[in-house]
Design a protein. Structure first.
Length: 105
């Protein structure tokens, strides 16, 4: 029974993460590079991404992997862009929607 519940939760999370795509005009308020390093003395990994704060919320620009959009890291503060975003958002846990496309307004 618990396996089914967990499977439904995981499926729901993945469906929301990849199905929630929207395109909107945003004013960029700040662009911050974030480097998270985790691990032990025997091995570690570093996640590098950009956190883009806009007039409509905060978004993540992933530099590698499925949602990678390195071209989005070049957005400039105090400029207006049309951003395409995808994913779910729980800022309290450090989970932000991903920017997957950008066009200068």
């Amino acid at each position: 029974m618990w396996v089914i519940v967990i499977a439904l939760i995981v499926f729901g999370y993945l469906a929301c993460r990849f199905a929630n795509e929207k395109t909107q005009e945003h004013l960029i308020l700040s662009v911050d590079k974030v480097e998270n390093t985790t691990g032990t003395s025997e091995g570690f990994s570093t996640e590098v991404y950009y956190l883009v704060t806009t007039d409509k919320g905060a978004y993540k620009v992933v530099m590698e992997g499925f949602n990678a959009a390195p071209q989005c890291a070049g957005v400039k503060k105090d400029s207006t862009y049309v951003l395409t975003t995808r994913g779910i958002e729980f800022p309290l846990f450090g989970i932000y929607q991903n920017i997957i496309g950008v066009a200068k307004k």
